[in-house]
Design a binder for this molecule. Structure first.
Ligand code: BTN
Length: 357
C-alpha cells in the first residue's frame, strides 16, 4: 500500500478524530515530513483534511483530521479491498475483477441501463465487470419504478455471463444474501430480506435489487445477468422524498444512533458485496447454504402478508391481491403461501407486503 493510501485509510479509521503525524510516521516507518507530503498530495487531490499543515508542521508534527463524510468511490481502492479480502483468488471457482473491470461514475443515469448496453455490445468479454456510481439520475427498480439514488448511497451493477441455463430468482436471492452479509461485516447490521428483492433494517428498506437478463436470440437463453444493487447508506441531505419516506431508511442511521460518525467506507462495502455476489453466482455448490441464509433472514416467513401478483397472473381481487401466510421458500427461491382456505400457492414472481394493502 502506498503511503498516501495508508494515511487516507488511517484517517478514515479515525472517523473524524485527529491522528498525529508522528503516529502515522511511526506506524508506516517513515519520517513526519514524508507523512506531511502524503497529506499535501491528498489535499491537492481534493481530500478535505484539516489539521496541521505547512513547513512548520513538518518538524513539529501535529494532528490531521479527515472530514468523516468524505468517501469517494475509487476503482483502485475497491480493487485493493478485493485483494485484501481474497489474497489468492486464483484457485477459486470465481474470478474477482481487477481495477480494469471496475468502472466508477460520479453520476450516471442508471448503472443497470449502462451495464445492459455494454453487455449487449461486448458480450462475454464483460463477464465479471462492475459498474458503480456515486449517484444516479434515472435509477430504476422492479416494474419500472424509479429508485431514488442521491449521493448518500452506493449503486452498482455486476455483469455475470452464465455458462448454461439459469434460474434468475437464484441471482436475486444471491445478491440479497451478498448485500446482507457485506452490511453485517462492515457495520454489524443485521438485515432482513423481504421476498423477493428488498433488504430491510429495523423495519426500513435500506436496499433494493434488480436483476435483469440479456437474452441471446440465437441461443434462446440468458447470456448475461446484470445484478443491480442500490444501498441507502446515509440519510439524504434533504430527506427521502415523501412518497417513500415512510418505508425508506439508511443503513447508518438504522445501524447506530450516532450513525453520522460511522465512516461509510463505500469502497470496502462495494468490494465485500462484489465478492460475496460473484462467489454465490459462480459456485453452485454454495447454493444450498445461500438459500438457507436467504430463508434465515426472511422478513416474511411465518407472517401474514398481502400477495400482489404481477399484472395478468391472477384475477382474485380487483387488482389480484389476496391475504395469505408466507410458509416456505423453495430451492428455486419461489415463495410458498398458504391461503385462508388452507390451499397453498407457489409464487415464482410477484410482490408481497406486510400490511393489508
Ligand atoms: C427495487 O427496489 O425495486 C430495486 C432497485 C434497484 C436499484 C439498483 S441501483 C443500481 C442499479 N441501477 C438501477 O437503475 N437500478 C439498480
Amino acid at each position: 500500500m502506498r503511503l498516501r493510501d495508508y494515511v487516507l485509510s488511517a484517517l478514515e479509521d479515525a472517523a473524524g478524530e485527529s491522528v498525529s503525524g508522528e503516529a502515522l510516521a511511526r506506524s508506516y516507518g517513515v519520517t513526519r515530513a514524508a507523512v506531511w507530503k502524503a497529506v499535501d498530495r491528498l489535499r491537492k487531490s481534493g481530500c478535505p483534511i484539516t489539521g496541521f499543515c505547512g513547513a512548520g508542521s513538518q518538524s513539529g508534527g501535529g494532528g490531521y483530521v479527515l472530514d468523516p463524510s468524505y468517501d469517494p468511490l475509487d476503482a483502485r481502492r475497491i480493487s485493493a479491498a478485493l485483494k485484501a479480502l481474497e489474497p489468492a483468488s486464483g484457485g477459486a471457482a470465481y474470478c474477482l475483477p481487477d481495477e480494469s473491470r471496475l468502472y466508477v461514475f460520479s453520476e450516471i443515469e442508471s448503472t443497470n441501463t449502462w451495464a445492459k448496453k455494454q453487455a449487449a455490445e461486448k458480450g462475454e468479454t464483460l463477464h465479471g465487470t462492475v459498474f458503480l456510481a456515486e449517484r444516479q439520475t434515472a435509477g430504476h427498480g422492479r416494474l419500472g419504478r424509479p429508485f431514488f439514488s442521491p449521493a448518500s448511497g452506493l449503486y452498482l451493477s455486476i455483469v455475470f455471463c452464465p455458462r448454461g441455463p439459469i434460474n434468475p430468482a437464484h441471482f436475486t436471492a444471491a445478491a440479497a444474501v451478498a448485500v446482507c452479509m457485506a452490511l453485517g461485516d462492515l457495520y454489524n447490521a443485521d438485515c432482513r430480506i423481504k421476498w423477493v428483492n428488498d433488504i430491510f433494517l429495523k423495519g426500513k428498506k435500506v436496499c433494493g435489487i434488480l436483476c435483469e437478463g440479456i437474452g441471446g436470440l440465437e441461443t434462446g437463453r440468458v447470456e448475461a445477468v446484470v445484478a443491480g444493487i442500490g444501498i441507502n447508506l446515509r440519510e439524504p441531505s434533504g430527506g427521502f422524498p415523501p412518497e417513500i419516506a415512510h418505508v425508506a431508511g439508511a443503513v447508518l442511521t438504522e445501524a447506530a444512533s450516532a450513525g453520522w460518525l460511522i465512516p461509510t467506507r463505500r469502497n470496502e462495502l462495494a468490494a465485500a458485496v462484489i465478492r460475496y455476489a460473484l462467489k454465490f453466482f459462480s459456485d453452485e455448490n454454495l447454493r444450498p447454504a445461500m438459500l438457507e441464509e436467504y430463508r434465515r433472514r426472511s422478513l416474511i416467513l411465518g407472517r401474514e402478508v398481502t400477495v400482489h401478483p404481477l399484472a395478468g397472473v391472477s384475477a382474485d381481487g380487483e387488482d389480484g391481491s389476496y391475504r395469505a401466510r408466507a410458509v416456505a421458500i423453495t430451492d428455486d427461491a419461489a415463495l410458498v403461501v398458504q391461503t385462508p382456505d388452507g390451499g397453498q400457492r407457489v409464487l415464482q414472481a410477484g410482490e408481497v407486503s406486510l400490511g393489508v394493502h
